[in-house]
Write a protein of this length. Structure first.
Ligand SMILES: [Zn+2]
Length: 97
């Protein structure tokens, strides 16, 4: 049997709340800036939090379309509110909150 005093219980609870906040942060995504130094806002619903992802672009198709500059991988930002996916061929930067 283990006993905790009031102070210890308080610490345990605070730690739990911190971890919960971290998890919530992950779930609501983050804010991002494009290579043009503009903060990214959802084109569909104007929300400003996104989940970042990466997608491989189809090389042959892009060459055919004369879009070789796009070759490689693209950054995708999915709006955490409506799910609209934004595509970027250049790196985006996370904005610290
Ligand atoms: Zn949206």
């Amino acid at each position: 049997m283990m006993y905790y005093n009031k102070e210890q219980l308080k610490k345990i609870r605070e730690k739990g709340e911190e971890q919960l906040k971290e998890l919530e942060k992950e779930n609501k995504g983050g804010r991002y800036k494009s290579a043009a130094d503009m903060e990214i806002v959802c084109q569909h619903c104007q929300h400003d939090h996104f989940e970042k992802g990466e997608a491989l672009l189809n090389t042959r198709g892009l060459t055919f379309l004369d879009l070789d500059w796009l070759n490689g991988s693209a950054i995708t930002l999915a709006c955490t509110r409506c799910g609209f996916i934004h595509w970027f061929a250049k790196e985006v930067q996370r904005v610290e909150e």
